[in-house]
Design a protein around this ligand. Structure first.
Ligand SMILES: Nc1ncnc2c1ncn2[C@@H]1O[C@H](COP(=O)(O)OP(=O)(O)OP(=O)(O)O)[C@@H](O)[C@H]1O
Ligand SMILES: [Mg+2]
Length: 493
């Protein structure tokens, strides 16, 4: 009997509300604005005294602000991810990167959500504001989401449920955002009209850790380290450290340092700030650039050893190194300087080592968190120890010549091959000589659509044999030189 009475009560209440709504609609249409506001106010008051539900609205735009409200955006993302399966009327829009359709609740659609056994209802709605005469702007629509729940759940819903919706919604938005690659433009002076010091393009690099050629254990260790970092907000807050982590990637050219940065950004859905140090006028400008970076980003300084002459240290080391090594290093710097930095010794940058150290762990610790800073270099021994000490560069990762495990990853990516009779020979040759992943990849790249896997593998074997021969000749020359030097020394004595 009780449920029947309840049903009757709700039915009566429903019809009362419907009558109110009907009367109110007529009043709103025919009465002056002040009168309709008056009725609206008192209708809400009367209904509120016996209506057991609470409603919270999330408006798309607040006041006259042109920027979409963050809370509305989070609710929208949360609802399209969690309730679009139960909604019966959906609207489809192209995602920001134009690669897939995004489904969300259509206007006036109602969905149910559950949290810790409590039911809540979400309705998407809009108000159409009348157009002002003498304006050529179209009718303005103000969209909003309305959350309804029983008043006995007030504390939990306004507390932990909304916190959960906001957190999850923000995460979904970050995952789906169009990521950007920022760069500080080259040249020493900033045009005065420039609003921001970084210019950007859409970041769409296809590299992932899956496609990276390196030992599986080492790869997993780096992935775990990155994921742990991204989930450690509370940990960093507890130990009183800024939420940032430094990575030093070092190794010969073509071993995947730049590729790994793209894979890191893709793994964590971070933006990338490619900092061109030679284009930074001085330490003040460096600080300004930093302040403009946002959280969930990777700040990259590529080839840090030839970016700037940060200390006298490098010169001292260069003097000590052998002539051959010097020549090799200078060639590499010369190769990179005009191509990538356009500055080198002619650079007008006055950034100092202490400015850079402050950049890494000084002031910027105070400007929000979740940032990775990555340095890359071909010559780790050239760097000032202060720059790369643990705590600044927390993780030093060596990227080296291609191993057989690395080759297998590339063979799978490029040729869709997991096993082949020619693999044995390749493994033997790889154990005997050094080849970079970039050279392996180059050989495995089919020259035409008709090119087959065997031709690519043969080309790699040929490259490995040439590399092996060249290494043998070099070694023989070194032995000869050493012998000559020893002979000359003994003659002098
Ligand atoms: N470990 C790797 N896994 C997969 N591909 C790689 C790897 N290393 C290099 N490559 C391939 O070689 C190309 C060059 O690599 P990348 O630019 O990452 O090298 P790098 O170490 O940054 O070189 P440099 O020191 O000259 O800047 C990449 O486009 C990629 O295709
Ligand atoms: Mg590189």
């Amino acid at each position: 009997m009780v449920p029947l009475k309840m049903a009757e009560m709700w039915a009566t209440m429903g019809s009362t509300i419907a009558s109110f709504m009907f009367v109110w609609a007529i009043i709103r249409q025919y009465c002056p604005y002040e009168l309709s506001r008056f009725f609206e106010k008192y209708t809400h008051r009367i209904m509120g005294s016996f209506y057991p539900y609470i409603r919270i609205s999330f408006h798309e735009f607040l006041g006259d602000r042109l920027k979409q409200s963050d809370a509305y955006g989070a609710v929208e993302a949360y609802l399209s991810a969690n309730t679009s399966k139960s909604a019966k009327r959906l609207k489809a829009e192209m995602g920001k990167d134009c690669s897939n359709l995004v489904l969300s609740m259509d206007e006036y659609e109602r969905v149910t959500d559950e949290f810790q056994g409590m039911k809540v209802w979400w309705i998407s709605s809009k108000v159409v504001l009348p157009t002002r005469s003498m304006t050529y702007y179209p009718e303005q629509e103000k969209r909003y989401y309305k959350l309804s729940f029983h008043k006995k759940y007030r504390d939990v819903i306004t507390g932990s449920y909304l916190e959960h919706v906001m957190r999850e919604g923000k995460e979904i938005r970050l995952r789906n955002r169009q990521r950007k690659l920022y760069t500080n433009s080259p040249g020493c002076k900033w045009p005065s009209y420039k609003q921001t010091m970084w210019s950007h393009i859409v970041f769409e690099h296809p590299a992932t850790f899956e496609t990276m050629a390196m030992e599986p254990e080492k790869k997993q260790e780096i992935i775990d380290d990155l994921l742990t970092f991204s989930k450690s907000k509370d940990f960093y807050a507890r130990i009183g450290k800024a939420w940032k982590r430094g990575y030093l990637l070092y190794g010969p050219p073509g071993t995947g340092k730049s590729t790994m940065i793209a894979a890191m950004a893709n793994l964590l859905s971070y933006n990338v700030y490619d900092l061109e140090l030679t284009a930074v006028k001085d330490n003040t400008e460096l600080r300004k650039l930093l302040i403009e970076t946002t959280s969930k980003s990777i700040i990259v300084i590529e080839d840090i050893d030839c970016s700037l002459d940060l200390t006298g240290q490098r010169k001292k080391k260069a003097e000590k190194s052998s002539d051959d090594e010097m020549e090799k290093q200078n060639k590499e710097v010369a190769r990179k300087e005009p191509k990538e930095h356009g500055g080198g010794s002619n650079s007008c940058s006055k950034v100092t080592l202490s400015g850079l150290l402050n950049f890494i762990d000084g002031l910027w610790s105070a400007c929000g968190g979740e940032r990775l800073i990555v340095f890359t270099t071909n010559y780790v021994e050239r760097l000032d120890p202060a720059l790369i000490r643990r705590g600044r560069m927390d993780k030093h990762i060596e990227l080296s010549y291609c191993s057989f495990e690395g080759f297998k990853v590339l063979a799978k990516n490029y040729l869709k091959l997991e096993i082949h009779p020619m693999f044995d020979k390749i493994q033997r040759l790889m154990d005997e000589t050094e080849i970079t992943p970039a050279d392996v990849a180059e050989n495995l790249m089919p020259n035409s659509l008709l090119d087959d896997a065997e031709r690519c593998l043969s080309s790699l074997i040929e490259a490995l044999e040439i590399a092996k021969e060249a290494a043998a000749v070099k070694k023989a020359e070194e032995v000869k030189d050493n012998y000559k030097n020893e002979e000359e020394n003994s003659k002098l004595q």
